[in-house]
Design a protein around this ligand. Sequence first.
Ligand code: 5GP
Ligand code: ZN
Length: 113
Amino acid sequence: MSDCIFCRIAAGEVPAKILHSDEAVIAFADVHPQAPTHVLVVPRAHHTSLADVPPGEDATLGRLLATCRELAAVLGLRGGYRVVVNTGADGGQTVSHLHLHLLGGRAMSWPPG
Ligand code: 5GP
Ligand code: ZN
């Protein structure tokens, strides 16, 4: 989708600090980090949100989570980390292309806002 910012980053049309790239998943630094480590883990395929991923593509969801696990290890998040998937308006989603936030490098509080 030419008007989707994450599709454009995945296509190399918009610059980002890329931390991981394979045939199905890319990961890049969030432009407005909310923690010392804040990475967005994104499927190359455009899905508007988690709610819009068809069951036939559930393997992609596993790939996304596994990428979070691998990046957390590579980035040295030994104290723990948080993975967040804001979904839809009530979930606080602002970019309509499925993405996982990998946050770490500080202690997180709960409940979220
Ligand atoms: P959401 O609110 O949809 O869960 O998260 C969207 C995230 O994308 C936000 O944390 C925001 O900072 C990040 N973001 C929005 N536009 C860009 C961009 O052009 N480049 C990068 N690297 N991050 C972006
Ligand atoms: Zn997209």
